[in-house]
Design a protein around this ligand. Structure first.
Ligand code: ATP
Ligand code: MG
Length: 435
């Protein structure tokens, strides 16, 4: 019977004989004694192997084994304040299952090398912590929506249409035709709300981003929701609640991982009790001018530097609404009235503090079939390809809204990761599709 490492690091286990299995994290020897740390998915423990306490052949193996060898070890648990975690194991049986070759990853290697060796680097304590939090995060999204009575709907990945504009589509040969990898589930989600009304997903999303940034992947996971009868203001509230739910869940379940990553948890905790503001794009420009002395021409989409500047003035995420209609995707409806200098759309982006990362984007969807046709034509799309989508306006059209939350963006923000590539196990970018 094998125990996990975290299970045996407790006062009740002190003095008892236990067996563990895992991989050698570090090892050093001083002649008749070998000090190692062993890793499994729950933690690491120091293991002390003394010649004489186990068969000689086993000791010799422990002496010569290199890091990342796989092992099974039996020993007595001992409290030891100097060990990581406060306990060590005094070995009576040491079985090396597979001797590792010299490990290509050592201290202080370049980020690029670690990405080249990603299949090995995912064993690191840092990546393990991030990936455990990622698992909590996606689980939380499922729980959040299911508790609200939403159905999970999984969209097709091969699609014949663009939704977010043609420039970021990945083309795929599909027998004799060309199709694309999905950029968003949206058009299908809009079809589905006439059936299930309230739906969500956590799905892979593909965009052939043309620039190298620290916040864009070409393959990422989007958690989307779409619901009949809701306005964009209704779903902004849901997005804020969802993010608070995620933060709360990660704080509950991943304390040791957050600590290892040196995340400022007090800052995250403080956000839970605050109201998260909603401001309009026009108000954001005013704020940029008055508080930061930055002039942005009304009508232009916000750039990264401007989003970053806006968020210097907030300590929680902020929903920025009502961007100029002109720069928005075809399906975002015009908001009538208001005092903006030009036509604006019923849409929003959620920006995060400490960097201004866009973590959520959403909108109401236009119900006016003529406006949709006009907007598609203006984008240079072949309207005939969207005929099935336009059917949704022909048969019982209702107000509906939805948004997409970038799983890796939320992780990047919450954990303060410099690059989004560390928020996904095997990142795909313009310059990397291996390993
Ligand atoms: P950006 O302006 O940052 O390119 P976007 O406006 O293209 O984002 P949306 O189409 O609104 O993004 O997509 C919804 C969410 O998906 C974004 O808020 C973001 O969290 C995430 N997202 C978008 N593109 C990427 C990407 N290339 N890599 C990772 N996440 C992304
Ligand atoms: Mg984009």
């Amino acid at each position: 019977m094998f125990s996990s490492i975290s299970e045996i690091m407790c006062i009740d286990c002190a003095g008892k004989e236990v067996s563990i299995r895992g991989w050698v994290h570090r090892t050093r020897s001083g002649g008749k004694i070998v000090f190692s740390t062993i890793r499994d998915h729950t933690g690491i423990i120091q293991v002390t192997t003394k010649k004489g306490n186990l068969p000689d052949e086993q000791f010799d193996n422990a002496l010569k084994m290199l890091v990342e060898s796989s092992v099974e070890i039996t020993g007595i648990v001992k409290e030891d304040v100097r060990s990581p975690g406060g306990y060590e194991l005094l070995v009576s049986n040491f079985n090396v299952l597979a001797f590792a070759e010299p490990y290509p990853i050592q201290k202080d290697q370049s980020e690029e090398w670690l990405r080249e060796k990603r299949h090995l680097w995912i064993r690191s304590r840092r990546m393990m912590a991030i990936l455990k939090i990622r698992s909590t995060l996606t689980g939380a999204i499922h729980d959040f929506f299911r508790e609200l009575g939403y159905y999970e709907f999984t969209p097709p990945i091969f699609t014949p249409n663009a939704c977010e504009g043609g420039s970021t589509l990945f083309e795929v040969k599909y027998y004799e035709q060309k199709v694309y990898l999905t950029q968003t589930w949206q058009l299908y989600a809009e079809a589905m709300i006439f059936s299930l009304e309230k739906i969500y997903d956590v799905s892979p999303t593909f965009r052939s981003e043309k620039s190298k940034t620290s916040r864009h992947l070409t393959e990422f996971w989007m958690a989307e929701m779409e619901a009949a009868w809701l306005t964009y203001h209704d779903v902004i509230k849901i997005a804020k609640d969802e993010l608070k739910f995620i933060i709360r869940r990660v704080l509950e379940r991943n304390r040791p991982d957050l600590e290892l990553l040196e995340v400022n948890t007090a800052k995250l905790e403080a956000m839970l009790d605050k109201e998260w503001p909603t401001i309009t794009y026009t108000e954001a420009l005013k704020l940029l001018k008055e508080k930061s002395g930055m002039d942005v021409v009304w009508g232009k989409d916000l750039r990264t530097a401007e989003e970053e500047e806006i968020m210097k003035h907030f300590d929680t995420p902020v929903a920025v609404t009502e961007y100029p209609k002109e720069v928005m995707a075809f399906y975002k409806p015009t908001k009538e009235g208001g005092d903006a200098p030009g036509p604006v759309a019923k849409c929003f982006d959620m920006l995060a503090p400490d960097g201004g990362l866009e973590i959520v984007g959403g909108s109401e969807r236009d119900t006016d079939i003529n406006a949709l046709i006009k907007a598609l034509e203006a984008e240079g799309e072949n309207v005939a390809n969207y005929d099935w989508y336009l059917d949704l306006r022909r048969y019982g059209s209702v107000v509906h809204s939805g948004y997409g939350l970038g799983v890796e963006r939320v992780l990047q923000w919450m954990l303060g990761l410099e690059n989004i590539k560390d928020a996904i196990p095997f990142p795909r970018t313009m310059t990397r599709v291996t390993p």
